[in-house]
Design a binder for this molecule. Structure first.
Ligand code: ADQ
Length: 465
């Protein structure tokens, strides 16, 4: 069987002693595939150095890790710049947060080329190459320039934007041409796939063939939706562990009979924290019976400190949270517990079980695995209700959730109120529906479907003429 080479911005080092489930299902699923295929995982080491050397290799529990360092300019222009200040906001429909900067463009394509050059000497004939996410869209085109005819696949973990937004980037055509250097391009949802097809057909005169393949820039590729799943057994095991039960009891003690809604998100402007807090404020204003009897636990570890928009957003969220707490809190009750740190997934499993409602209300999200984890943690006995944004990829599968438009605070408030008062019978029905959806599509299914589709793509097909 051909060797698997995984390429992503960051690599994940396996830790056999990981009792907390810190690694997450995606990393574990990739490790298993790499082990099976004596593979290599290649990416940034996380280090910044003035003079990065060639790729450094080490063995990691059955496969090889290969990493390179970034220079300070690479870090500013490629990582903080183009990836996280241009592509991330734009692909999440946040034009107002998008930086348009030539320096970032150049840095991005330079680092993609450097990744490809560092890896090329170590790629063998017959290797299957799987590139992940928006940081490395241009990787394959660089490899092709060096003569590679490998099967190369790309999976985009975040949404694909509407053409009208994408064309605001001067490099839009270069980016999409870069995607046509792959043999297979995977998206989280059909809607993302359609947005990509729409761009290809209408902006660059591409053709959608009857067999679903797409032709443009002189190449024909496959593109499809491959929604990412959860390692359901692993997360259920975490949520049923003694440590999770201890955390659940700890939370119940601290709730002292009150109800709890929980949010768990990286502190990011795409996650809709401010909208969530504003809807909660309305709930408290319109339904005084919740005073003293309900709280919102928001776990939000800060991320991307090097990107200025994150600092501004953090201040805004803190401001809103402080105002709501000041307005409604009493000497023995604070409505929002706002916690700026991450917790092991085992702990989260226990907290999810203690919660009556899970709030996953991003303004836009590729999939959102927290939604799936919350759903997976719920028990038959007394399941919590998931309130889920229609703008998360997960909403297309988790039809047992209460699906909401997070932009409208009244809609979000109504959904909270409905979830808090839902009968046990309806909660169970919804939980069962979500369980069935999670079983139908695990992270291993996702991985195997993508890798099989990549193996089966016809060899690099250049159009005639
Ligand atoms: P992310 O934006 O990182 O990923 P998400 O899928 O929500 O987001 O979460 C990834 C993992 O991080 C989950 O396992 C979750 O438990 C953990 N996590 C999140 N917040 C946490 C917290 N506060 N404390 C501890 N752990 C936390 C990108 C895309 C998503 C897509 C994934 C996978 O943006 O849309 O679902 O890739 O494809």
């Amino acid at each position: 069987m051909s060797r698997l080479v995984v390429v992503s911005n960051r690599v994940s080092v396996p830790n056999p002693k990981d009792r907390e489930g810190a690694q997450g299902g995606l990393a574990v699923a990739m490790h298993a595939a790499l082990r099976r295929n004596s593979g290599v995982w290649f990416g940034w080491s996380g280090e910044v150095s003035e003079r990065p050397g060639p790729a450094a290799f080490r063995e990691a529990d059955g496969f090889t890790l290969a990493t390179i360092d970034l220079t300070p300019d690479d870090y500013d222009e490629y990582y903080n710049g183009y990836a996280n200040r241009s592509l991330w906001p734009l692909f999440h429909n946040r034009m107002g947060h998008t930086a348009y900067d030539r320096l970032y463009d150049r840095g991005y394509f330079r680092v993609n080329a450097r990744f490809a050059h560092a890896m090329a000497p170590h790629i063998r004939q017959g290797d299957l190459i799987w590139v992940h996410d928006y940081h490395l869209i241009a990787f394959a085109e660089e490899l092709r320039r060096m003569g590679s005819s490998h099967r190369i696949g790309f999976f985009l973990h975040i949404p694909f934007p509407p053409a009208d937004l994408l064309v605001t980037l001067s490099s839009h055509e270069t980016l999409v041409r870069g995607l046509f250097a792959y043999d297979l391009v995977g998206f989280q949802t059909d809607a993302d796939l359609r947005a990509f097809q729409d761009y290809v057909l209408n902006e660059v005169g591409g053709v959608l063939h009857r067999d679903g393949s797409l032709e443009a820039f002189g190449r024909t590729i496959r593109a499809g939706a491959f929604p990412i799943g959860l390692d359901l057994d692993e997360f259920r095991e975490l949520a049923a562990s003694r440590e999770a039960a201890r955390q659940e009891r700890r939370m119940h003690r601290s709730l002292a009979g009150r109800k709890m809604m929980i949010g768990v998100d990286r502190l990011d402007y795409t996650k809709g924290l401010e909208n969530r807090f504003l809807a909660f404020e309305r709930l408290l204003a319109d339904y005084p019976e919740h005073h003293g009897n309900l709280l919102l636990l928001q776990i939000a570890p800060p991320s991307r400190g090097g990107v200025p928009e994150y600092g501004a957003m953090r201040s805004e969220v803190e401001h809103v949270c402080g105002r709501i707490n000041g307005r409604f809190a009493d000497v023995d009750w604070v409505p929002i517990r706002y916690v700026n740190r991450g917790y092991p997934r085992r702990t989260l499993g226990g907290l999810f079980r203690a919660a009556h409602v899970g709030l996953v209300t991003p303004l836009k999200d590729g999939m959102n695995l927290v939604a799936k984890e919350f759903a997976a943690a719920q028990t038959e006995e007394d399941p919590g209700v998931l309130v889920l944004s229609r703008f998360a990829g997960a909403a297309r599968e988790l039809d047992g959730a209460v699906i909401v438009n997070p932009y409208d605070p009244a809609v979000l408030m109504d959904a909270m109120q409905r979830a808090l008062n839902m009968s046990l019978e309806e909660r169970r029905e919804r939980r069962d529906a979500m369980s069935a959806a999670l079983k139908r599509n695990t992270v291993a299914d996702w991985r195997d479907r993508f890798v099989s589709a990549l193996r089966e793509t016809p060899r690099t097909r250049l159009s005639e003429g």
